[in-house]
Ligand binder design. Structure first.
Ligand SMILES: Nc1nc2c(c(=O)[nH]1)N[C@H]1C(S)=C(S)[C@@H](COP(=O)(O)O)O[C@H]1N2
Ligand SMILES: [Mo]
Length: 334
């Protein structure tokens, strides 16, 4: 139903062949050919647990034909879809990793309104359909590094946040971008109980500096694994900032506001000594209660489960973003 997804070959883009073991990739392509499919989305979509346990309708995207000429340069594997959609942090639905998948299935994502406002010349309200039709959608395979020292590799679908911000025309006062998750305690049990919601004052809020928000890596995601987002992953639209700890990647967004001053952010409010505004992935700056030097890469739960790997500065995206922090002491601005 959505035909506007492109795959760009930018240097930071992990292509599917890069992140998939060669045999798996080749077999999958062969299987696809046999079945007469033209896009990988077809096979990616077959397994899906989401199809049977979700009451939130999850729709497949159509995908362009993949280039046959792709080179394998790393052995990073995609985290299986079943893991991506069942091991979540979304405290509005509870604090255990399996709470969101169990508690978010009735979450209503359509109709939806995402308001872009504040220091802009052209305030915008996007409705549910606009999220999928107003921008050129791309697939982006990114590492996601949670501050809790686990990580995944996820094939997102979305569009650069910069595309939306440009449309809103920020004025000269706009220096930061403030994001807000839906506040709806009737639908989100964590918002009506401090125990279920982990003591957070809702709505969940996040922020970026304007130049971080405009960086081409910064994505507004509307899908993963070839389909619209499951509720537990932040449907219908969530942020993905791959060089920062996962808590910056705020889910189920209703407001994006261009502002003059650094906005408050949920985890910084809750524990300012442990979580800063910047939250760039940094193996040299430990969390006060644990090391950030390495991480547990979540794979299938089988043979390769619980891989311990070194954490990379900026989660491996330094070439694209280190310049944003040139003259900053990253121990101070953690
Ligand atoms: N609104 C909201 N957004 C959120 C969270 C949350 O609790 N509420 N958790 C964050 C954290 S800590 C992480 S690691 C990522 C997890 O995203 P995923 O469940 O899609 O992997 O979402 C982030 N976005
Ligand atoms: Mo996280």
């Amino acid at each position: 139903m959505f035909n506007n997804i492109t795959r760009k070959s930018s240097p930071w883009q992990l292509s599917e062949s890069q992140v998939t073991d060669e045999a798996f990739y080749v077999n999958r392509r062969q299987a696809l050919k046999k079945m007469g499919f033209v896009g990988a989305a077809a096979l990616l979509s077959t397994n899906s647990q989401a199809d049977w346990f979700s009451k939130t309708p999850i729709k497949p995207f159509a995908r362009q034909v993949l280039s046959a000429q792709q080179t394998i340069v790393t052995d990073e594997m995609l985290t299986p879809e079943a893991k991506v959609i069942s091991h979540n942090n979304f405290y509005e639905f509870g604090t255990a990793k399996n709470d969101p998948v169990e508690n978010a299935q009735q979450f209503k994502v359509n109709p939806w309104q995402l308001r872009v406002s504040g220091e802009v010349d052209n305030a915008i309200t996007l409705d549910y359909d606009d999220l999928f039709k107003s921008f050129t959608l791309e697939e982006r395979i990114y590492r996601l590094r949670c501050v809790e020292a686990w990580s995944m590799v996820i094939p997102w679908i979305g569009f650069p946040l910069a595309d939306l911000i440009k449309k809103a025309k920020p004025n000269s006062k706009a220096k930061y971008v403030a994001f807000e998750t839906l506040y709806d305690p009737k639908q989100m049990p964590g918002q009506s109980s401090r125990r279920i919601g982990g003591g957070i004052d809702y709505p969940y809020v996040e922020g970026l500096r304007l130049d971080e928000a405009m960086n081409p890596l910064t994505l507004l995601s509307v899908g993963l694994y070839g389909k619209t987002l499951p509720a537990q992953n932040g449907a219908p639209v969530r942020l993905v900032v791959p060089w920062k700890y996962g808590f910056k990647s705020i889910k189920s967004i209703v407001s994006i506001k261009l502002v003059e001053k650094m906005p408050p952010t949920t985890w910084n409010i809750l524990a300012p000594r442990e979580y800063g505004f910047y939250a760039n992935v940094n193996p040299k700056v430990d969390h006060p209660r644990w090391s950030q030097a390495s991480e547990r890469r979540l794979t299938s739960g089988g043979l390769f489960a619980r891989n311990r790997i070194d954490t990379l500065p900026f989660n491996g995206y330094g070439e694209q973003v280190a310049h944003l922090y040139k003259n900053m002491d990253l121990r101070k601005y953690y």
